[in-house]
Design a protein around this ligand. Sequence first.
Ligand SMILES: CC(C)(COP(=O)(O)OP(=O)(O)OC[C@H]1O[C@@H](n2cnc3c(N)ncnc32)[C@H](O)[C@@H]1OP(=O)(O)O)[C@@H](O)C(=O)NCCC(=O)NCCS
Length: 215
Amino acid sequence: MIEELVPDSMHVAERCSDATGEQLYPDELAHIRNAVAKRRDEFTTVRHCARVALRSLGLDRPSMVPGRAGAPPWPEGVIGSMTHCAGYRAAAVATRTTAASIGIDAEPNEPLPDGVLRMIARPAELRNLRALGAVDQEVCWDRLLFSAKESVYKAWYPLASRWLGFEDVDVHIRSGGTFEARLLVPGPSVAGRPLTHFSGRWRAVGRLLAVVVTA
Ligand SMILES: CC(C)(COP(=O)(O)OP(=O)(O)OC[C@H]1O[C@@H](n2cnc3c(N)ncnc32)[C@H](O)[C@@H]1OP(=O)(O)O)[C@@H](O)C(=O)NCCC(=O)NCCS
């Protein structure tokens, strides 16, 4: 899934089962002590994915208690992102020399619940989705737009340390498996220049949509 969307310099670990044997750190255990079983499972398995992906960089996994706004900490010099949805968990990592930031997201390839699309889509994005839907009905394009925006947020937050609304980004999806996410608000400085956009890749496999963005 996500592995096939990233260059060789990025490392991805994916799991479809929660039987990993991952040992959480004491502060992580304390963080999820009162969580429901589903949350404990996804929290633990995705951290196992992070452990496996970080090992590819020769690094141990640190304790990854969610920080400000839920963003997970990564080792110094490393960018990373995690996602979980029913039946799928993944983590992706790379060194900061590969990219400034990465965001990954997986979603079921199912239509968004009623009313969500109008809350997350701009007029140009609705036109983009209509054009895509006219040529391919296998992909739930509304869900893909949502996933693209969530992955953008995951890549944005570690750089900007502030909120980004669904209306603050204009996403243009291409049927071939790529998209561009243009920022409509001032972006943080990356390599001495203001960040203006994220580049994305996506694919639909079976009942899942997978998305990766980088800046
Ligand atoms: C944070 C958010 C994007 C997570 O997406 P999700 O589909 O609910 O959940 P996923 O399973 O795919 O990803 C969850 C993981 O995202 C990561 N994450 C959460 N908040 C994050 C943040 N602020 N920055 C980076 N990564 C974050 C965490 O690793 C989390 O897993 P964990 O809690 O086990 O550590 C979503 O809950 C949210 O707040 N969205 C609103 C903001 C937004 O999307 N704006 C659109 C801008 S265009």
